[in-house]
Design a protein around this ligand. Structure first.
Ligand code: TRP
Length: 332
């Protein structure tokens, strides 16, 4: 018998500053997952955003930016369940219920929390500490089997697996233990200026970060000034991080592999190679930006899309929560 189709769940932070690394590592996987998942659920995680200082009016705008980027990239609300986290209140309720099987020590071991707060631990919000429990609720509410996320989320997914197992052991078989899926291709798109660090809008360089919404000129400028090395060979190697990164980017843009790119650019100088990479990125992101510009102004339509998604999501989450509540001894 064929494997049953997976239930896919992933969450994405609300920001309009999505970059090429997010696009290749996450957004494209979402688009691919929507025909494999039954269903595939994608959620803009605005509740997670309040764990750090933020502006309420700005949050709403960033949710709409993110929604428009994802729709522009090819998410189709007919083929997936696309929604805003805060619209489905079951997430917050389940967070509290799951906290019964989450220990303080578990949360204390989360490296992302430690890295984010640094020495200012006393000032960090309780929400930041609790972040992984909300993330567990996001996924477990849908009994998702697959969670496509970046490698930096590995520990959080491990924890949600543990929470599901503990819940089942304590209250009876109810929740599904999800599998982490880290995309192999393009999971590590590096900063163009500092190719030893991952492309990021928080940690990386401005010039080395290609945004999904960058125009052609900005893309050409950033790719054109990418750091390479003193050699002249278009070849992927550990001591050639800049060139390797550009090869990976072009391979993704062309839908081929490293070897094909290396073969195509055998004997070609870095200048011409970079122009080809810029062409590839412009072709990859250009249509997304154009579509975004059509979609983003119609906020009512975006809100309607999110509301319709929330309704479908709620119908599934409510069933899980009802069972969880019953198992835990609450009234129905
Ligand atoms: N924490 C994830 C990130 O920063 C976002 C997220 C929230 C998420 N809830 C999720 C990812 C549930 C996967 C599943 O990328």
């Amino acid at each position: 018998m064929a494997d049953p189709r997976p239930i896919i769940f992933s969450g994405i932070q609300p920001t309009g500053r999505k970059h090429l690394g997010n696009f290749i590592g996450a957004i494209r996987q979402y688009v691919e997952g929507q025909d494999r998942g039954d269903p595939a659920l994608y959620c803009v995680v605005d509740l997670h955003s309040i764990s750090v200082p933020y502006d309420p009016a700005d949050l709403r705008e960033r949710v709409l930016d993110t929604a428009a980027i994802l729709l522009a990239a090819g998410l189709d609300p007919e083929r997936c369940i696309f929604f805003r986290q805060s619209d489905v209140r079951e997430h917050t309720e389940l967070t509290w219920l799951l906290s019964a099987v989450t220990s303080h020590g578990d949360l204390d071991r989360m490296t992302q929390f430690k890295e984010k707060v640094g020495k200012a631990r006393e000032l960090a919000s309780a929400a930041l500490f609790y972040y992984p429990v909300l993330m567990a609720a996001d996924v477990l509410a849908y009994r998702a089997t697959e969670v496509p996320v970046g490698d930096d989320q590995r520990q959080h997914v491990e924890l949600m697996r543990e929470i599901a197992r503990r819940f089942n052991a304590r209250f009876g078989e109810t929740l599904v233990v999800p599998e982490l899926v880290v995309p192999e291709v393009g999971a590590r798109i590096m900063d163009l200026q500092e190719p030893e660090t991952k492309m990021s809008t928080t940690g990386g360089t401005e010039q080395g970060t290609v945004l999904v919404l960058d125009d052609e000129k900005a893309i050409r400028k950033k790719v054109g000034s990418a750091v390479t090395d003193s050699g002249h060979e278009v070849r992927a190697a550990a001591d050639k991080p800049g060139v390797t990164n550009l090869i990976d980017i072009l391979a993704v843009a062309r839908g081929t592999g490293r070897a094909e790119v290396e073969a195509d650019f055998d004997g070609v100088g870095y200048g011409d190679f970079k122009r080809a990479v810029a062409d590839g990125v412009v072709e990859l992101l250009g249509p997304v930006r154009e579509r975004y510009e059509e979609l983003r102004p119609d906020e009512a339509a975006l809100e309607a899309t999110l509301a319709a998604g929330a309704e479908k999501a709620r119908a599934i989450a409510a069933l899980t929560i009802a069972e969880v509540r019953a198992r835990m001894g609450f009234g129905c």
